[in-house]
Design a protein around this ligand. Structure first.
Ligand code: HEM
Length: 413
């Protein structure tokens, strides 16, 4: 047992009775004070029951090995009631393959996965590199700008437009719908009611239905809409299932990679020795990308519901209970990851992290995300760009998407 609690920093959460500790408060993610809460849970109560929260009662799973065991056991821990801690009201519920089990889950996943399979990624590599160069060449010199908007969002949104073969000039709609989809009404987000959220997302459905109708009778092509329109597994989806799958792919391809791109730049600024290591040995770039994704953990949690009574870590979980796997905490578990609170780009077993989940729902787009980050860092190194963070990052108030709305930076001429 450790004697010093590195993250405790006199935080009052560390002194409150355990039974009152609710790690779901979005504010703690926004002000970056969540770490000490998770450290306390990992040490004192790794399978923690919170009776009273904004989202109702829920279990927190905070240790790496418990998370793997739960994520791998999709029969007992089902995603069918949703994958985020918030319960979406029935009226606003949409189906998607991340909320399904076998066999339908596998069939729908197999429909879209060829687009992010290695063979297609090899084809996309040149395009991504050209886009990265254009974006980097267009950045202002000696002037402060927001890295999130000009690089992280721009690069990921361009990629998503390509995957959907979405009209390029309208691509920022994808960013907008992604932000709306992850908004939780009344948690400090711009979208303050479920009705408003659904109204905006129905515009998304309408737009994509037009693309579907154009493609369903045309020859099958390698874009996500055409692939879904031509596959027996997805051809007859209800509109709400089509929308659910769109949201899954839009959020999956957008928020996650975006926040890894921003996190990466922030961490390299905070740890100049690691950046120097990378500049001295650019072959470390793939390893650095994995470390960035672990350290950021862009999806903080995934939720399941117990389909049967089961004991985890000595605690009795009852059928129906909500169980939240905090990847963000498992990724800092010292029992599995040595020196887990440090950012070390050449660490041993660097790919051993939970950011992409585990089991049948393990991220289908992970190789694409890694490729985009790898190319970005290769091009930053090639161009010898010195990109300095010149102000505080603005973090998003969310316990699900762990990321940033702004990062002020400057590039010196
Ligand atoms: C699933 C994280 C990039 C599409 C997931 C899951 C996580 C995750 C945690 C759930 C795993 C589970 O429940 O066990 C990430 C991170 C990314 C990333 C951290 C970037 C750094 C992408 C990209 C795409 C994508 C680029 C699409 C182009 C999906 C889809 C699923 C998924 C469709 C559902 C898979 C299923 O249910 O079988 N991702 N993701 N993700 N991700 Fe990603």
């Amino acid at each position: 047992m450790k004697t010093r609690l590195a993250g405790y920093r006199g935080d009052h959460a560390c002194h409150m009775p355990l039974s009152n500790l609710d790690v779901s408060e979005a504010k703690r993610f926004q002000d970056d004070s969540i770490w000490s809460c998770f450290e306390r849970l990992r040490m004192e109560d790794p399978v923690h029951y919170c009776q009273d929260s904004r989202y109702g009662p829920y279990w927190s799973i905070t240790k790496y090995r418990d998370i793997v065991a739960i994520d791998a056991n999709h029969e007992t821990f089902s995603s069918e009631r949703g994958v985020t801690i918030v319960d979406v009201p029935d009226k606003h519920w949409t189906q998607s393959f991340i909320k399904m089990g076998p066999p339908k889950h596998g069939e729908q996943r197999a429909t879209v996965s060829p687009i992010v399979a290695p063979e297609n990624l090899t084809k996309l590599e040149g395009l991504i590199r050209r886009r990265v160069r254009t974006i980097l060449d267009g950045l202002p010199l000696n002037d402060t700008f927001n890295w999130v908007d000009m690089v992280s969002i721009e690069l990921t949104t361009q990629m998503l437009a390509t995957l959907f073969d979405f009209p390029f000039e309208d691509r920022r709609l994808l960013t907008y719908w992604s932000d709306v989809a992850v908004s939780v009404p009344k948690v400090g987000h711009a979208i303050d009611t479920w009705d408003k959220r659904s109204t905006i997302l129905s515009e998304c459905l309408e737009y994509f239905t037009r693309l579907w109708n154009e493609r369903v009778n045309a020859e099958a092509r390698m874009d996500l809409i055409s692939m879904m329109a031509h596959s027996p597994a997805t051809r007859h989806m209800e509109p709400s299932e089509f929308l659910g799958n769109l949201i899954l792919l839009i959020v999956g391809g957008n928020d996650t990679t975006r926040n890894s791109i921003t996190g990466g730049l922030l961490f390299m600024n905070q740890h100049p020795c690691e950046l120097r290591k990378l500049r001295d040995n650019p072959k470390l770039v793939s390893s650095a990308v994995s470390e960035i994704i672990r350290y950021q953990t862009p999806i903080a949690h995934m939720r399941r519901n117990a389909a049967a009574d089961i004991v985890v870590g000595g605690k009795q979980i009852r059928k129906g209970d909500k169980v939240v796997m905090w990847y963000i905490s498992g990724n800092r578990d010292e029992e599995v990851i040595e020196n887990a609170d440090s950012f070390v780009i050449d660490r041993k077993n660097v790919r051993r992290h939970l950011s992409f989940g585990f089991g049948i729902h393990r991220c289908v787009g992970r190789h694409l995300a890694e490729l985009q980050l790898k190319i970005l860092w290769e091009e930053i190194l090639n161009a010898r760009l010195e990109i300095r963070v010149v102000g505080e990052p603005q973090r998003i108030a969310s316990n699900f998407v762990h990321g940033y709305s702004a990062l002020p930076v400057q590039i010196r001429a």
